[in-house]
Write a protein that binds this ligand. Sequence first.
Ligand code: EPU
Length: 417
Amino acid sequence: MDKLIIKGGKKLKGEVTVSGSKNAALPIFVATILAPGINQISNVPFLRDINTTIKVLESLGASVEGNGHVVKIDSDGINSHEATYDLVKTMRASVLVLGPLLARFGKARVSLPGGCAIGARPINLHLKGLQALGAEIVLEHGYVEAKCKRLKGARINFDVSTVGGTEHLMMAAATAKGETVLENAAREPEIVDLAQYLNRMGAKIEGAGTDTIRIQGVSELSAANYEVMPDRIEAGTFMIAAAMTGGDIRINDMKLEHLDALAFKMQDAGVEITSRDGVVRVKAPKRLKSVNIKTRPYPGFPTDMQAQFMAMMCVADGASVISENIFENRFMHVSELLRFGADITVEGNTATVKGVRKLSGAPSMATDLRASASLILAGLAAEGTSEVTRIYHLDRGYESIEKKLAGLGADIVRVKE
Ligand code: EPU
């Protein structure tokens, strides 16, 4: 198993380029099931979750060819309609194959994903939506078994904003008979990216990025090429790395408009953020100020940036109150951040962080993807040497983060344990 060793205290300087978005690429890969033929997807990040998605598609009968950051998915040969427990348990997003398989073959059998470190993460809204589109669904021995003739358009109103649920139903409805309206839909940029790809394949989807998405079902979709959007969470993580280390960096290939909620809070904390010709410059203040955040669905503050923001507040002047409103167990980084000398107390879904002048290097263990990032950030800002173990979580979602940070002047290496 690999671990990271970080010697903290280096001010980050220079330029870094953001990779393609994990959370946009995953559903886009899954959507290829809907369009037999060769789909060429570019700006694909090199990540463990992408490899898992490729394995899922291959297990269904697709042929996948990767060439750098460009992946060709030939979904013509798909002949299985089953995603097994082995695959779904390694990555929850695999469950998204259910709707597209159902739409293409009229049947699907997909393992239930179960919970994960950050929460129970049910898929009840995905299943309720598919039922509204006319699928017959039974749950048996941990599997969802679904069948239908042709899915039929329907009006679906989500009880809570769900990114995966919105993506799932948008894919399933693309070839349903008639119109589907998704109300109280999630508005994340990754949903817009998926809708653009589906439209490139011939779907008729309007309103993605708002809370009402209208989908006119078409009889078939055809294979298409698409370039995945940049990863806003990776970009946000670099912004915080600069801010916490007294740095001054330029970030290429990021869309600052996808990170307004984060950027406003960072500016409140004293960080200078400017954008010119597609390059975002982030300059740290002498001393960060504390600010409060509440995670919310987009365009609110992203839960996927909460752990990293908390790491930053550990070295800010004053006290910061952080409320996590999306997942019920997303404070696992707190006990690890305490090892660095942070002062954090948690009550329910609220953490109070009292900034300290300096963190000190510490051994720590990653518990989930974004928690891993927060520990690296703490290590970069700390005095002395830190270790982050169990970084397989990190490899799910950050492409070569240690190399990119080293390119900005950080002293960080990956070693085998
Ligand atoms: N929810 C339900 N029922 C459902 C679906 C969701 O109650 O049927 C609840 C969840 O339990 C949660 C809330 O709704 O409390 C929001 O969950 P959502 O469905 O939006 O999350 P997701 O689609 O499972 C995606 C990202 C996550 C990100 C969340 C929220 C992907 C592959 N994953 O998950 O990314 O945190 O949206 O923005 O897109 C990460 O990258 O580290 C990560 C966890």
